[in-house]
Write a protein that binds this ligand. Structure first.
Ligand code: ADP
Ligand code: MG
Length: 679
């Protein structure tokens, strides 16, 4: 029997090569193909010549006045010229490198051509020949494809899939919601998204697609919440209040009020028999590490093991050093587990976890690998939560008997969104930064002003500061014309190398090399650290007070904010210098916002507004799910309604047994199986 879960190979013309090309677009099944929506539409309304303004893309309609002429130049280059009579004017239409276009023009016939108009020459660079029934306005769907597959090929495949599978396209949305919100049924949705006959049809389809996307997402959230409710019973960590109090009092600083408040929330939650599933949100530099340390220690005083999982080895190492130093005096054994250990060392560490010799383990993904077993894991903390998925949170939890979980994130999510997207978690928020912090001053320079940067860096070095210099990629990893780390390193070496120590750190180094460099930087043996974004998250070096970011326009705002957060951690005035030559208005606006705002929440919001969804860096960094059609900021009201409707359904039918909900159920089952990941 046919099913949308069928592999795309059932389609005509799809062999091994196509399969792998489609896979690179994330398409494996008929379902994937049908729901691979266009990212934009072109308005294909025919315009008369005097309606066209300047150089715009447009459709003209005319009669073919002469046989098309093909000229070829060298290898693969060609030009097709054809004259059309449009509104009594003879217009030259040229197609570059599409010799087959010749076939589409027969003298005397009426045709419509889409292309770019040149007002001065009164000619058109043709892009495609259309097949419009009448001169009604219509739209054309545009897909994001790569160089291995053409728009038209993809569209043909989608059409084939649609025609052959139309009978097994079922509604995901319950009927009452379709009626209530005047949405369209699934078949119309797919047709309207891919092959609309009118602008109105696309709009209805898009409206439905947005709602559907948010709704299914929110159903996922409700489902996770359900599962958590079911496994509500947690461990009651009866920690030693006296020791924890003593520890807090012995810290070199006083906790801020917000830190005190969230510490209490977390400890209470750990102490109760209710399972903890909590998100700790606080802007960069707000002091989350110490909160984590307190919680880890508390779990140990309650007789349990505790784990801290972080996204990079550098960060693991740094947390380990700090926490080791703080807790060793209390006879707590702290250990480090990362991917790059010798087998012997690893075996030893795993053994100590299993027999309970290790109280606190700090590490990367290595902590949740299959063969890593704990004696009694009571608490798992995930730092930089946005770098991990729900699945990994779950794996850590299951390393104990439903261990308490604390996820920490520096990437701020607008609160309203946090509630809808992290709906399954309790929330603790730190708003206030430790006292005495001066906001980082941010400047933006174009590359022709680098002399200014060099003078500034010199002055800061004389002030005894340490400098971070960040470059996006190292040579060879990609061919985009980025100034690469090595080149920048050499430049800094040349300028400052005589008097100061300049070092280079990049992702291709092994972890021992990285550790050595980081610890040299920490010990102030290095003055300027040139690095790729391996230092992006979490690293804490209070004496560093300048962050220089090259090609800053290649980063998302949240990511820039993270990087900037590496400085401004001591009581010195710190600076962030963005080097960028933005080419368009939005990019300029982004640089401007960075120089004006230090508020991570505001930046995250702006990032979403400016970059929209579906942007790799942007969405990953924002910690938000990657919505394809809807934008959780601009379509926030739709998201809210979708959430309410999802809630209602789960209240009435928590196991989705009702026939109207069976497609939702199958969707969630599929999701859970494939990625197990809703964010
Ligand atoms: P983040 O929230 O970004 O993870 P960290 O935990 O790395 O921030 O803390 C940033 C710096 O602030 C660290 O050097 C830490 O020791 C220091 N810090 C944390 N809390 C306080 C406080 N209450 N007063 C002064 N400094 C603090
Ligand atoms: Mg941190």
């Amino acid at each position: 029997m046919k099913s949308l879960n069928d592999n795309v190979k059932v389609l005509k013309g799809v062999g091994d090569r196509k399969i792998s090309i489609l896979q690179s677009l994330g398409i494996e099944t008929i379902y994937d193909l049908l729901y691979y929506f266009p990212f934009r539409y072109e308005d294909l309304m025919v315009k008369s010549l005097d309606e066209i303004i300047g150089q715009e893309k447009t459709v003209i309609s005319g009669v073919v006045a002469s046989e098309p002429v093909v000229s070829r130049f060298g290898y693969k280059k060609s030009r097709v010229n054809v004259r059309l009579l449009v509104d009594n004017e003879s217009i030259m239409v040229t197609f570059f490198n599409q010799p087959w276009m010749k076939e589409k023009f027969n003298t005397g016939e009426q045709v419509q051509v889409y292309g770019k108009w040149d007002q001065n020459r009164r000619s058109l660079t043709g892009m495609k020949v259309l097949n419009l029934k009448d001169e009604d306005d219509t739209v054309d769907s545009i897909y994001s494809v790569n160089k291995n597959i053409r728009q038209s090929t993809l569209k043909t495949l989608i059409k084939q899939a649609y025609d052959e599978y139309i009978d097994v396209i079922y509604d995901y949305l319950p009927d009452n919601l379709i009626k209530k919100y005047k949405l369209v049924h699934e078949k119309q949705l797919i047709k309207g998204m891919h092959f609309p006959d009118s602008v109105e049809e696309t709009e209805n389809a898009r409206r439905t697609a947005k709602f559907r996307e948010f709704f299914l997402f929110e159903c996922g959230m409700q489902n996770i919440k359900n599962i958590n409710e079911i496994s509500k019973a947690g461990i009651s960590l009866n920690y030693d209040r006296e020791i924890i109090k003593e520890f807090i009092n012995s810290l070199p600083f006083e906790l801020t009020n917000d830190q005190k408040k969230v510490t209490q929330e977390i400890l209470d939650n750990m102490n109760s028999s209710k399972h903890m599933n909590r998100l700790l949100q606080g802007d960069v530099g707000s002091g989350k590490t110490i909160i984590a340390t307190i919680a880890l220690f508390a779990a140990v005083t309650a007789g349990y093991q505790a784990a801290l999982m972080v996204p990079t080895e550098i960060l693991a190492e740094q947390h380990f050093n700090k926490i080791f130093k703080m807790l060793s005096p209390y006879n707590v054994t702290v250990d480090l587990l990362v991917g790059s250990l010798s087998i012997k060392k690893r075996t030893e560490k795993i053994e100590n976890l299993k027999n309970g010799k290790t109280n606190i383990i700090i590490g990367t993904h290595a902590l949740i690998q299959k063969d890593v077993k704990y004696k009694n894991l009571g608490l798992g903390i995930i730092d930089e939560q946005h770098r991990f998925g729900v699945q990994q949170r779950k794996e850590l939890r299951l390393k104990g008997e439903n261990s308490d979980i604390l996820a920490m994130t520096a990437t701020p999510i607008p609160r309203t969104l946090a509630i809808t997207t992290y709906g399954d978690m309790s929330l603790s928020i730190i708003k206030e930064l430790p006292k005495g912090r001066l906001p980082v001053e941010t400047y933006w320079l174009r590359t022709n002003k680098l002399e200014q940067l060099y003078r500034f860096v010199k002055r800061e070095l004389q002030n005894n500061s340490q400098i971070f210099v960040v470059t996006p990629l190292i040579s060879e990893s990609e061919k985009i014309d980025l100034i690469n780390a090595e080149e920048i390193y050499e430049k800094f070496q040349k300028i400052y190398g005589q008097d100061y120590k300049v070092s280079l750190l990049h992702g291709q180094m092994n972890s021992q090399e990285k550790d050595e460099i980081m610890s040299d930087f920490e010990k102030k043996n290095i003055d300027i650290l040139v690095s790729t974004t391996v230092i992006e998250v979490g690293v804490d070096i209070p004496n560093a007070s300048v962050m220089v970011i090259f090609d800053a326009n290649r980063f998302g705002l949240s990511q820039l904010h993270q990087l900037r957060g590496r400085v401004g951690r001591g009581d010195k005035q710190s600076y962030c210098i963005l080097i960028a030559d933005p080419k368009n208005e939005i990019a300029i606006e982004r640089m401007r916002i960075m120089t004006e705002s230090n508020d991570g929440f505001k930046l995250a919001q702006k990032d979403l507004e400016l970059r929209g969804q579906g942007d790799l860096l942007g969405s990953q960094q924002s910690g938000l799910p990657n919505f394809k059609v809807g934008n959780p900021v601009t379509d926030f009201n739709v998201l809210q309604i979708a959430q309410q409707e999802a809630q209602i359904i789960f209240e009435m039918d928590p196991y989705l047994d009702n026939d109207n909900h069976k497609m939702i159920k199958s969707y969630l089952e599929r999701k859970m199986k494939s990625a197990g990941n809703f964010d």
